[in-house]
Write a protein of this length. Structure first.
Length: 295
């Protein structure tokens, strides 16, 4: 019931079987919303305390909020890839010629209406420059991922900490917290393999053959870490991996070829995409995959 849209408490990210949730910045339409968030926090903490996994999956950024881990702009990729790409472009390119159009403000939609909010004092009159663009990205990320839902997060944590104090969670990271709340998933590797798309590789490529041999030998925790790494959540679609979805709709598990061999595998969770270098041996592949999964 906590994800029931009638309560307007949580906003779904993605669709279908792999949907995750984060607090809805417009939850104030429900006058009792903070009381509900406190109740949800208490309920989830009680489930952890009792060792009862629950079918509740949140965005990676919300798990970070539970652990008081700072949010960074890359966390936005799984929630809003369009804004993530824009921020990434700003960091990687010269914005000098954009200073007339880009300032320390942002448009926010609430209850169907768009308004402009300042990211800092007099932000709409402060241009973004090469010197301050990192500050802009930081403040924009905070506004999108934290500031707009600060009261909801606080209410959730008030309820959560009534049962489990923050000091008891210091040993966990956000991936481990998801598994603590929802349990280790069990899934059929052959189903995942049947529903995987290849870009630059084929099923007969040596690296792909090694990859699936490695995954077949994974234990439950390692399988969960792989799913988290590529899709952003350990949740297995109810109808199997043929129902896997990304932020824009149906999106199967993908493996993309990376031609550089001296880098670790990486992922784009909004597209269920694994970027896999063409390693020289199964041992090298396994070593680098495990480093990437546990970073």
């Amino acid at each position: 019931q906590m994800f029931n849209p009638d309560y307007a408490l949580f906003k779904p990210i993605g669709e279908g079987g792999t949907t995750t949730f984060q607090p809805n910045r417009s939850s104030g339409i429900n006058k009792e919303h903070l009381s509900y968030f406190k109740f949800v926090g208490r309920m989830i903490a009680k489930a952890i305390w009792d060792g009862q996994p629950i079918d509740a999956y949140f965005t990676r950024s919300f798990y970070k909020h539970m652990l008081n881990i700072p949010i960074v702009y890359t966390d936005m990729e799984a929630v809003d890839p369009r804004f993530f790409k824009s921020l990434k472009w700003i960091l990687e390119n010269d914005v000098t010629e954009m200073s007339d159009d880009l300032n320390f403000s942002a448009e926010v939609e609430e209850f169907g209406k768009v308004k402009v909010v300042d990211l800092k004092e007099n932000g709409r009159n402060t241009p973004v420059t090469e010197e301050n663009k990192h500050e802009y990205v930081k403040l924009f990320t905070e506004m999108r991922m934290t500031t707009g839902i600060k009261s909801q997060i606080r209410a959730f944590l008030d309820g959560f900490h009534e049962i489990i104090g923050p000091e008891l969670l210091w040993l966990f990271n956000e991936k481990e917290l998801e598994l603590l709340i929802s349990g280790l998933p069990s899934y059929d590797v052959s189903d995942l393999r049947r529903n995987t798309e290849y870009h630059g590789y084929s099923l007969s490529s040596p690296v792909i053959q090694w990859f699936w041999e490695m995954v077949e030998g994974f234990d439950l925790e390692e399988k969960a870490l792989l799913l988290q790494f590529v899709s952003g959540t350990s949740k297995v679609p109810l109808g199997g991996f043929q129902e896997m979805r990304g932020v824009s709709g149906p999106q199967k598990f993908q493996i993309h070829r990376v031609y550089r061999r001296n880098v670790l595998p990486s992922a784009h969770t909004c597209f269920n995409q694994l970027d896999l270098p063409e390693y020289d041996s199964k041992e090298e592949l396994t070593k680098n995959i495990m480093i990437a999964l546990r970073e």
